[in-house]
Design a protein around this ligand. Sequence first.
Ligand SMILES: [Zn+2]
Length: 343
Amino acid sequence: MCQHCKDSSAPNPSHFEEGDGLANSPAHIDMAWSEYNELIKGMRFFDPHIHMVSRTTDDYQAMRQAGIVALIEPSFWVGQPRTGLSSFKDYYSSLVGWERFRSSQFGIKHYCTMGLNSREANNEPLAEQVMEILPLYIYKEGVVGIGEIGFDDQTPAEEKYYRLQLELAKEAKLPVQIHTPHRDKKRGTERSMAIALEHGLDPSWVIIDHNNEETVKSVLDQGFYAAFTIYPFTKMGNERMVKVVEQYGPERIMVNSAADWGISDPLAIPKTAALMKMRGISDETIRMVTYQNAIDAFGKSGQIDVSDFESGLSVEKTEKFHGNSILRGGQQPDVSKDSLVIQ
Ligand SMILES: [Zn+2]
């Protein structure tokens, strides 16, 4: 994702649609956190697509409180074009370094995927240099795949670097996380899958992201994982997500927030889980689409050990990363946000 909002003329699929069943249970719309939190009490969540470098410590706290115990941060574009290789290097380093540490300080296990995003694949001189340094990062601890890669405008340059990175994934034996385009999505999704198969990738190692009702059947039928982004206004709303799970069941389906620097919701997964629970979807199905399937798919990297987070990541508050801490002057990372008085 990451490019999602730029086409404001695109239809808005995530607003409530006509006859989508709201009349059956209108109560949830205004449901407060304290109420829906009860529905998902004790559940654990894994967000396999979220851009934490763009998010605040408040988000980390709220996510942990809502049951998110682990996440994957895909490499993406940062909202404006990078001007040189150093920007890529610093960004990749932060994904395996500072951001990973920051997440750990809030009790959330942080993984990432490494890749050259489709948008910046169009800057070929820079893309060439990025391809040269990528192998230095993909074998680092916590890297669970090559991603997010694929198509944006579906240009020849995008295809070239998509293919090169598929080869890199094969060589490194890493899963692939594929961003599908916002415009001309169906064609872009089919093309992404056809090329992955052409390169000999096992579809069970490939996670096709940002699906919708139009793409899901083909993705599942061909043996790929189908990820769904719950993103306000431009992608899926969670009402629609519930229906997809009702129709297709939980196998190889996963939900993510893709929260980033745009208007997005880092609690998209717990909220969707609560909505599923309200609609009578079983706890086991909820567990698969909000936790287990992501672990199964990205765990093929050999990098995910669930014992690291399934009973809660222990937080060592005095820990430092290269001499730096998230704490200022000895404060605690788990400050209550509900209190008026800031101590
Ligand atoms: Zn993204």
